[in-house]
Design a protein around this ligand. Structure first.
Ligand SMILES: NC(=O)c1ccc[n+]([C@@H]2O[C@H](COP(=O)([O-])OP(=O)(O)OC[C@H]3O[C@@H](n4cnc5c(N)ncnc54)[C@H](OP(=O)(O)O)[C@@H]3O)[C@@H](O)[C@H]2O)c1
Length: 302
């Protein structure tokens, strides 16, 4: 696995004139799709001051969404691709995978070879995007939900035609929503989907189970929410504050014959560790399946 901020093999290309000759702040970025993720990125980029004002554009096909986005005032909102796509140096595609084929067919006559495309669409492969758009520079990224609060984890990988310089810029762009990890292959993107992409839902699952237990123990909803939420926040903070592993922390908190040991023994007795690993692999396999389904033909699911 690659390390954070360590791009795998990359070549320099002479057609990266924009990145070589101009400043990143002067780069034009277009976000296509003003839904949950598109807006998360657009707002994070706007607030980061990474780009100069007027350099960030958003296009959503729905008029209602356009009006809503205009009210925010953070970026220019476009009602058609013709006014924004040809101006963009970097295009972030944030529509549902099911809308990808139609959108890419509409984009194709307006794109050019120097442009770089970032896709956050689950299961849509780099090859599919290259073929459908007729371009070479593609970054495929897999963000997760905490991007909405600036604590996202985005894994990404790029086509060979994306240079180190371009990739460093893209990494900064993605990091406006949290942290990122540059991976060497799309298969690792599928694997990371099983860990960080789908991962927040596993945590919510665990939280819900603890909430349910707290309610059964007669805590009211408000108190149960506080007990569970603060316990998760505190444990995560501890984990991030040192290099200790979760096993190390468990050993610190669970003494022989004590309450925590009783709970951990119960989890071990029920093979909870294996079940969680199995769940992560189920997401990994599903990500692989979705990628195969979308290869050059149809894009069916989110
Ligand atoms: N949500 C997550 O946690 C998460 C995590 C990782 C990856 N992703 C990926 O992020 C992508 C976006 O997810 P989302 O939850 O933000 O979806 P979303 O809320 O449905 O947002 C997509 C937006 O794009 C609009 N749209 C559809 N077709 C379009 C077109 N041809 N041109 C312009 N705009 C168009 C949609 O309009 P309508 O509503 O009118 O169709 C909608 O406003 C998906 O591909 C998903 O796989 C999401």
């Amino acid at each position: 696995m690659a390390k954070i901020g360590t791009p795998a093999r990359r070549l320099f290309y002479f057609n990266e004139s924009y990145f070589l000759n101009q400043k990143e702040e002067q780069m034009n970025v277009l976000v296509i799709g003003g839904g949950n993720m598109g807006i998360t990125y657009a707002e994070a980029i706007a607030k980061s001051n990474f780009l100069s004002s007027g350099s960030l554009m958003v296009f959503d096909k729905s008029e209602e969404k356009q009006a809503e986005l205009r009210a925010g005032g953070f970026f220019s909102v476009h009602s058609g691709l013709g006014t924004c796509l040809p101006e963009a140096d970097v295009v972030l595609i944030a529509v549902k995978p099911v809308h990808a084929p139609g959108l890419m067919d509409e984009m194709r006559p307006m794109v050019s070879a120097g442009q770089l495309f970032i896709s956050i669409m689950a299961g849509v492969t780099i090859d599919t995007i290259k073929q459908r758009l007729g371009i070479d520079k593609v970054v495929r990224a897999m963000p997760n939900l905490p991007a909405q609060v600036g604590l996202g984890m985005t894994s990404f990988t790029a086509s060979e035609q994306v240079s180190r310089l371009e990739l460093a810029t893209i990494e900064k762009l993605l990091d406006t929503t949290g942290r990122s990890l540059n991976l060497a292959s799309e298969s690792e993107i599928d694997a990371s989907t099983g860990i960080s992409g789908s991962g927040p839902a596993y945590i919510f699952y665990f939280m819900q189970a603890l909430l349910d237990a707290a309610l059964k123990m007669d805590f009211n909803k408000e108190d149960a929410r506080l007990l569970v939420g603060q316990t998760f926040s505190g444990a995560v903070e501890l984990f991030n504050s040192s290099d200790l592993s979760p096993d190390d922390w468990m050993a610190k908190v669970a003494s022989k014959g004590g309450t925590t040991r009783a709970a951990l023994d119960s989890m071990d007795g029920n093979n909870l560790n294996s079940l969680i690993q199995e769940a992560a692999y189920a997401a990994f396999r599903r990500a692989e399946e979705l990628g195969k389904q979308t290869d050059g033909k149809e894009v069916a699911h989110a």
